[in-house]
Design a protein around this ligand. Structure first.
Ligand SMILES: Cc1cc2nc3c(=O)[nH]c(=O)nc-3n(C[C@H](O)[C@H](O)[C@H](O)COP(=O)(O)O)c2cc1C
Length: 357
C-alpha cells in the first residue's frame, strides 16, 4: 500500500461512504478500529448533521476516518422533463398514500457550509463524488492537514483528479453499487462504463497518485486482484451494507441475498443520476424514461421511498447494490475486515506460489 495510506490505516480496506443513513458512525468506527478506513457520508446531510456525526464518531474511535461530500451539480437542462416524470409518478404517490416531494427543495446541499465545518474541524480524509473540487478547496484542506480523495470512472477523469492536486484517486468501476461518480452526467445509463480491473490498469498508466479501487469487491481475493493491477487499497460498499453496524434498512439488507433479486442495473429512476440498484418493480417500471435531473428526481421520489419502507415494500425502495451483492455476508464490520484481510493474505500466498486454485 502507498505510504500516504499505510500511515493512516494498516489494512488496504476502505469502507465506502454510503449516503442515506447506511454508513453511520458505528459502522465507520468498527471499520477504523479493525485497521481499515471508515467513512461518513455527508452528501445528503446538512452541515450541522455532518458535524454531529463527526463528533459522535470521534467519541467512538480515535482511529483515522473520512468524510464524503457530493460536488454541487449544474442546473438541470430541462425542468419540463421533471414535470413529465412527476406526472408519470402520480400513480405511485396514490398507491403509497403520500405526496411527491418538491423537486426544487434541495438544489443547494450546503456544500460550502460543509467545507467550512471541515476546515474549522479538520478530519483525516475528505473524499468527493460527482466531480473534481476546485484546486483552492483541495489546497485549503491540505493546509489543515486533511488528505483528499476524488472519484473517477475513466482514465481521463483520473487525470483531472491528479491535475487538481488531490492525494488519491478512487477508481470506480461500472460494477459499483450506488451512484456512479462520473464528473459530468452522461446520456447513457448503461453499457458505457469501464469494468474495474480494466479501469485500474488504465488509471495506473495515466496518473502517479495512489489509487483506491471500488466496484463489485466482496472477497479478499478480489482485493488481491486490484492491488496486483496497481491499486493501493480497495473501497467496498455493498459488502458493508449487511454488516451488523450498518444503518441500512432491514429490507435493503435482506434483498441483497434474496434470490428474488437476481440482477442489478444502472438507473436514474430514484435520483435522476445513474446509480446501480437491484432490479425491482419501481426500477423496471420507471427506469426506462426517468430524466437526467439530479438532485430534482431524488427529492421528487424521496417520500415514495420513505412510504415504501414504512409499508415494508422492497419493490418501491432504492436497493443500491454492486454486482457482487449475492456474496454479501452478515457479520460485525470488524470481523468482516478480519475475514477480508485473511482472504487477501491467502490469495497473495496462492499468487506468489504460482498455484491455480
Ligand atoms: C448504499 C450505497 C450508498 C452509496 N453512497 C455513496 C456516497 O454517499 N458517496 C460516495 O462517494 N459513494 C457512494 N456509494 C458508492 C461507493 O463509494 C462505492 O463506489 C461502491 O459501493 C463500490 O461498489 P460495491 O458497492 O460493489 O462495493 C454508495 C454505494 C452504496 C452501495
Amino acid at each position: 500500500m502507498s505510504s500516504v495510506l499505510t500511515d493512516l490505516f494498516p489494512h488496504p480496506i476502505v469502507q465506502a461512504p454510503m449516503a442515506g443513513g447506511v454508513s453511520v458512525p458505528q459502522l465507520a468506527a468498527a471499520v477504523s478500529d479493525a485497521g481499515g478506513l471508515g467513512f461518513l457520508a455527508a452528501g445528503y446531510k446538512t452541515a450541522d448533521g455532518m458535524y454531529q456525526e463527526i463528533k459522535q464518531l470521534r467519541g467512538l474511535t480515535s482511529r483515522p476516518f473520512g468524510v464524503n461530500l457530493f460536488l454541487p451539480q449544474p442546473e438541470t437542462a430541462d425542468p419540463a422533463a421533471v414535470d413529465v416524470y412527476a406526472h408519470q409518478l402520480a400513480g405511485e404517490a396514490s398507491w403509497y398514500e403520500t405526496e411527491l416531494g418538491d423537486p426544487e427543495s434541495g438544489r443547494d446541499d450546503g456544500y460550502d457550509a460543509k467545507l467550512a465545518v471541515l476546515l474549522d474541524n479538520p478530519v483525516p480524509v475528505v473524499s468527493f463524488h460527482f466531480g473534481v473540487p476546485a484546486r483552492e478547496v483541495i489546497d485549503s484542506l491540505h493546509r489543515v492537514g486533511t488528505l483528499t480523495f476524488v472519484t473517477a470512472t475513466t482514465a481521463e477523469e483520473a487525470r483531472a483528479v491528479e491535475r487538481a492536486g488531490a492525494d488519491v484517486v478512487i477508481a470506480q468501476g461500472v460494477e459499483a453499487g450506488g451512484h456512479q461518480g462520473t464528473h459530468r452526467d452522461v446520456p447513457e445509463t448503461d453499457g458505457s462504463g469501464v469494468g474495474l480491473l480494466s479501469l485500474v490498469a488504465q488509471v495506473r498508466e495515466s496518473v502517479g497518485i495512489p489509487i483506491v479501487a471500488a466496484g463489485g469487491i466482496m472477497r479478499g481475493g478480489q482485493i488481491a486482484a486490484v492491488l496486483a493491477a496497481g491499486a493501493s487499497a480497495a473501497q467496498l460498499g455493498t459488502a458493508f451494507v449487511t454488516a451488523h453496524e450498518s444503518g441500512a434498512h432491514a429490507l435493503h439488507k435482506q434483498a441483497l441475498t434474496n434470490p428474488l433479486f437476481v440482477r442489478t442495473e444502472l438507473t436514474r429512476a430514484f435520483t435522476g443520476r445513474p446509480a446501480r440498484a437491484l432490479v425491482n418493480r419501481f426500477l423496471r417500471e420507471h427506469g426506462p424514461y426517468a430524466p437526467a435531473a439530479y438532485p430534482e428526481v431524488h427529492h421528487l421520489t424521496a417520500p415514495l421511498r420513505k412510504a415504501a419502507a414504512k409499508a415494508g415494500d422492497a419493490q418501491g425502495l432504492a436497493l443500491w447494490a454492486g454486482q457482487g451483492h449475492r456474496m454479501a455476508r452478515e457479520l460485525p464490520a470488524g470481523q468482516l475486515v478480519e475475514v477480508l484481510v485473511a482472504e487477501l493474505a491467502a490469495a497473495r500466498t496462492a499468487l506468489s506460489a504460482g498455484g491455480a486454485r
